[in-house]
Design a protein around this ligand. Sequence first.
Ligand code: COA
Length: 195
Amino acid sequence: MTVTDPDVILGEGLVLRVPVRADRSRWLAMARDPDQLRLGSPAFVAVPETVEDLDVRIALAATAYASVTPGTLVMAGADEPDRLLGTIAWRLDVPPVLQVSDIGYSVHPDARGRGVARRALAALTRWLTTDPEGPAHARVQLDHSVENRASCRVALAAGFAQEGVRRAFLPLRDPDAPGGVRRHDVCLHGFVPGL
Ligand SMILES: CC(C)(COP(=O)(O)OP(=O)(O)OC[C@H]1O[C@@H](n2cnc3c(N)ncnc32)[C@H](O)[C@@H]1OP(=O)(O)O)[C@@H](O)C(=O)NCCC(=O)NCCS
């Protein structure tokens, strides 16, 4: 794959690009990783069982990026853009008129602990707020389970201030909980360019 700006978002030694079919096996392994299931994917999001289960997400992601609307991007090293290291997605959880985006991210187990999430978060946040190709949002926010210390470190390191705790907000899978789901308190983080 040859990648050039503006095909992708470049920054922090990473490329953020639209997913392709060749990403499916690493994406599937990441989506089924125990830490991802425990602290990453909300319980209401179906866990993909086969690579084909990712095809709809791949198709939607390409359209979303082209139209500067919410979607998922693959994180990869700038020197190895074909190899999926993780995914990062942006959403509009609050009314679009507020111009606030929400971010979620996951890193493949074999790429964790190398600053991939921190760097991808910084690069996508820059694109969402100040890049002329992005949506020019006024604020970016994310939340994570209070039990997810790694995600808290990522957010702080990328410049997202801690803004409080929202109680019993996020339903996550827990085989020991009634119905296999437990609602977690989440730590809120926000980024405002220039502040
Ligand atoms: C959370 C996650 C995205 C972090 O990705 P990553 O690329 O490994 O993160 P980084 O390397 O950028 O930073 C990791 C930070 O967390 C710290 N960390 C890693 N595991 C940790 C743990 N179990 N407890 C506390 N801190 C931890 C690292 O020391 C580092 O902090 P530092 O820079 O201050 O030393 C990754 O572990 C993951 O995908 N987990 C499963 C899914 C998930 O939790 N997604 C986020 C949902 S909000």
